[in-house]
Write a protein that binds this ligand. Structure first.
Ligand SMILES: [Zn+2]
Length: 223
């Protein structure tokens, strides 16, 4: 695939996943933003002030790792600093999704992390989702509030704001965001029922071992 074609494909992917997230109710109004790291190290991101349902491939913007706009007629999302903080800290990450999924954001507004091991699936696929302290959106303070957490997690709640998830590609980042909201829903119900029962440490260790075996098997099949 030539570089131009690859870029066009990434633009279309951002449109596709933006619509998917919008339809799930994770990006109402003009909220939420998505980005991917391109082969040359620059970042292709969604523009500011744009419904993720109406967004088109031509609307995307390219910035460098310092946030300087390289191309695009629209202005880049005001929350690009959050994305850049992830890309700078994690060289393995190629896509970032920021959204306001209602249940997970409810936890973030109630000052609650999603770090209780209530659900086997979430322990294996997501791990604990911490809560970053509140900082004003679009400022360096927000990126700083995430800095210590980014290396150790694949998704983070931001107090009184929303969530950010990241992965090896857009699908991976999307699936993590979807799992965050699903897990938030389960935690909410378990607590409403009044008898949430977290997994014991022994069971968690078993799950993490099972995950390790799964990863090793998948790697062995690739070689
Ligand atoms: Zn936001």
């Amino acid at each position: 695939m030539t570089e131009m074609l690859a870029l066009q494909e990434y633009r279309r992917e951002l449109v596709r996943f933006g619509r998917w997230l919008y339809r799930k109710g994770f990006m109402p109004g003009t909220s939420g933003n998505l980005s991917v790291r391109l082969e040359d190290g620059t970042i292709l991101a969604t523009p500011t002030g744009c419904s993720k349902y109406l967004m088109r491939a031509a609307d995307m913007v390219i910035v460098d790792l310092d946030g300087r706009q390289i191309s695009g007629t629209r202005k880049v999302t005001s929350e690009i600093g959050m994305h850049l903080a992830v890309y700078r800290a994690r060289h393995d990450i190629r896509a970032v999704v920021h959204a306001h999924p209602p249940i997970a954001t409810g936890f973030a507004c109630a000052g609650r992390a999603l770090d209780e091991p209530l659900c086997a699936e979430a322990v294996m696929t997501l791990g604990p989702v911490p809560l970053a302290p509140y900082a004003t959106t679009g400022t360096d303070a927000l990126a700083q509030s995430l800095a210590a957490l980014i290396p150790h997690h694949s998704a983070i709640l931001m107090a009184n704001h929303g969530a950010v998830a990241y992965g090896e590609n857009l699908l991976d980042a999307f699936l993590k965001m979807e799992t965050v909201e699903h897990f938030a829903n389960i935690c909410l119900v378990a607590h409403q029922l009044g008898s949430a029962r977290p997994l014991q440490q022994l069971a968690i260790d078993d799950l993490l071992q099972a995950k390790e075996r799964y990863v090793q098997n998948a790697l062995a099949k690739m070689h």
